[in-house]
Design a protein around this ligand. Structure first.
Ligand SMILES: [Zn+2]
Length: 101
């Protein structure tokens, strides 16, 4: 779910090409539901605290930042549960997207 309209990031996207595309990729990603409460309002967790990840986390609820070591690869926005489904790797584009973030 978007936290604010994508227009809000037009300026940031100019200096960080592909940023809005990244937000859209997260928005369209189908993430596993929470094993605890069943919610589909889940997010990918990253430890990378850099400008781009901070902006991503501010743009979409499907991306959250936690300090390493990560309590799980995914996070439930509804009940706050961290989890990692067995064999979970995420969409194929994730590795490229979060590399260095
Ligand atoms: Zn949950």
């Amino acid at each position: 779910m978007l936290n604010r309209p994508l227009d809000a990031y037009t300026g940031y996207d100019k200096n960080n090409p592909g940023f809005i595309e990244s937000v859209a990729a997260y928005e369209n990603a189908i993430l596993p539901s929470c094993p605890k409460c069943g919610s589909y309002h889940t997010a990918q967790v990253t430890a990378g605290i850099v400008s781009r990840s901070i902006h991503l986390a501010s743009a979409t609820t499907k991306f959250v930042i936690r300090l390493s070591p990560l309590p799980g690869k995914l996070y439930c926005n509804d009940c706050g549960y961290f989890f990692t489904p067995r064999g979970w790797k995420g969409p194929i584009w994730w590795d490229d997207l979060i590399k260095g973030y």
